[in-house]
Design a binder for this molecule. Sequence first.
Ligand code: G6P
Length: 476
Amino acid sequence: MSKTSGAGQGVIVVSNRLPVSLECAGGTCHSSPVSGGLVTALTPVLTVNKGTWIGWSGAPDVEGVDAALRLFSQETGYTLQQVGLTHEQIANFYFGFTNQIIWPLFHDSQFECNFNPDYWQTYLDVNALFACKTVESGNADDYVWVHDYHLMHVAKYMREAGDNRRTGFFLHIPFPAVDSFRRLPWRSELLNALLEFDQIGFQTLHDRRNFIQAISILAPHVKVTGRGQVVTAKVGGRTIRIGAFPISIDYKKFYRTARSAVVRKQAQHVHSALPDRKIILGVDRLDYTKGIPHRLHAMQKLFTRYPELRGKLSLLQVVVPSRATIPLYAKLKKEIERLVGQINGEFSEPGYVAIHYQYKNLNFEELLAYYRASNIALVTPLRDGMNLVAKEYCAANVERNGVLVLSEFAGAAAQLRNGAILVNPFDVEGVAAAIHQAYMMDEGERRKRMDRMRESIRKNDIFKWVDSFFASAFAP
Ligand code: G6P
């Protein structure tokens, strides 16, 4: 629980998605809580101060959503408010501007961008809706904390409506280098809208540096001064704080649950289903930023270059369904399935499958059992804001003998370089060599590396993240 915010500060959280999942039929909706680091960290803050969470329900607005949210609010002790979106807004705002422009652009995949001007207009309209709902919510001295790339214009519209409450913004994804950012037709509008927040947080110092560089080129009238984790920018008479606040996980929850009998049993089950071999694990949302085909090519290279490893090592690749109606995602799914088939055709034998592929959601215990059962985790995104799978794997590795192979382009690399084998995910031979190194690593070395990573995650957990964001936001 956040120490800073516990001191009576009211908070409004604004994010694209609400922390609930709703199932609606015939005018009635049933809600169930969504778990995840952000929800875990912010729930105590909102509950203590009877705060508000504003977001989209995840589906077109239908009858029954508000009633379900009221019921959910009574149970959780804080208020949930939905911003209802039409089919067209969902198409142009969520599937359009955020997922076909900002997502690829900010993840260095600018050639995947579809700079459709209609998407931009709807992005502004939907941000105005979120701002309007925020203006009507909470108390006069509440702090408004807006999350992620979907909502970069909220502070601007709040100010235009005369709402001058303190605002903060946290970007969960990377901020691109200025040469990529400049391709955005609406780059100046977006940058200036971000500068309407009182505090802007990034995952890493690298992202913050990119942002400051964008300011220096596209908004040279803004003066940035200071050093360290948080610097300040002067815009007109206003002072904005710009900081790096690497997000984390609820370490204790992962560690404790991973040690439970249920998880231990499930992990044993995974082991006995895949006997006499080491297990490499990949768990990713279906997304081209995660580098899944590159990883599969690295496995192919591994078995070709080190034929003695055939039969001794299997990749367990879980792909969690996501944004599947966007053509690029559907295409990626096909590509993954084709590659898995090809590699298995080449290296599997009776009693041995080289790649076990699953396209599904895992529940918390299943996920932890996979973490516990795996000897090596392959976390090789081409670009990632943070990547919490890397941190979760370490926290759940209660035997402390697993090896993390981690992309240098994941935000997590900044904190886990003390124990992970860092790789360039585009370098297929390098990744194959890193897997070989992980396979050969002796137990003492594995333990030493894992202990170092676990300790830094334990010390810098999700609650510390909330505290450090608020400590900076409320600093005199
Ligand atoms: C990333 C983003 C989140 C987003 C999540 C899932 O982690 O930073 O804001 O919610 O992906 O994507 P989705 O499009 O399903 O919300």
